[in-house]
Design a binder for this molecule. Structure first.
Ligand SMILES: C[S@@+](CC[C@H](N)C(=O)[O-])C[C@H]1O[C@@H](n2cnc3c(N)ncnc32)[C@H](O)[C@@H]1O
Length: 214
């Protein structure tokens, strides 16, 4: 399972934002909607082996929304539909237990610190000035932490460092978080064995496609 964690520093934890003006009324949930799109949406389908955690911080207490590719339904490529799904999730009462909103979407109270375990060697913090991620192969079941338009605070960064998270960069330019997710998905896709028709047992998998392994 690939995991993307996106921190929405100003993202609302309440459902009272307007679908007519998502950027202006939700603390930039539009950024998180685009991250969801990049994480899951394929040309003809949904990535079932991906999950996304959104950390939303603007409100009485932080909330985490979990989207699970294997169970997701009703996800369309447009931001408005995605924001409407988040609106539904945020209307639920949130405590420390996960509550299911719609298929594949869950919500609970909690922040980054409640999510990530210590010493996970497959956890990466994506930052512009990190080390080139092509220096060593990324874990196929890695966890990738990204910031929103503001990035991550020094406090968040110190927390991730304390966990032993590796700081990696996807390239020389500062990109939007959703674009970084596309690049990571593609990088990991290139390392995967060829699977033609849906999931197969590991011993039925074909060889890696040599075209993408260089
Ligand atoms: C728009 S950028 C953050 C903006 C920027 N930190 C700032 O000074 O305002 C959004 C997020 O994308 C990720 N990101 C952007 N460019 C990246 C790169 N070249 N390598 C790795 N991550 C990158 C980081 O996680 C960053 O927090």
């Amino acid at each position: 399972m690939r995991t993307f964690v996106v921190v929405g520093n100003l993202a609302t934890t309440t459902p009272d934002f307007s679908l007519e003006d998502i950027p202006g009324t939700s603390g930039r949930l539009d950024i998180l909607c685009r991250c969801i799109n990049s994480a899951f949406v394929l040309s003809h389908g949904i990535r079932r082996d991906v999950e996304v955690y959104l950390i939303l911080r603007k409100g009485p207490c932080p909330k985490t929304v979990h989207l699970l590719g294997g169970e997701l339904r009703h996800l369309n490529p447009d931001e408005r539909t995605t924001a409407a799904l988040l609106k539904k999730a945020l209307a639920l009462e949130a405590d420390s237990q996960w509550r299911r909103s719609t298929p594949g979407i869950f919500v609970r109270a909690g922040d980054l610190a409640d999510l990530l375990p210590r010493g996970d060697e497959t956890a990466y913090y994506l930052r512009e000035d990190g080390s080139d991620h092509r220096g060593e192969a990324l874990a196929s079941d890695g966890t990738f932490v990204l910031g929103d338009h503001i990035g991550l605070s020094e406090e968040d960064e110190a927390f991730l460092e304390g966990l032993g998270t590796k700081t990696v960069s996807v390239g020389p330019k500062s990109l939007h978080a959703d674009h970084c997710i596309v690049l990571i998905n593609n990088e990991l896709d290139r390392n995967e064995p060829i699977v033609r028709d849906g999931p197969v047992a590991p011993d039925e998998m074909g060889p890696r496609d040599e075209r993408w392994t260089k």
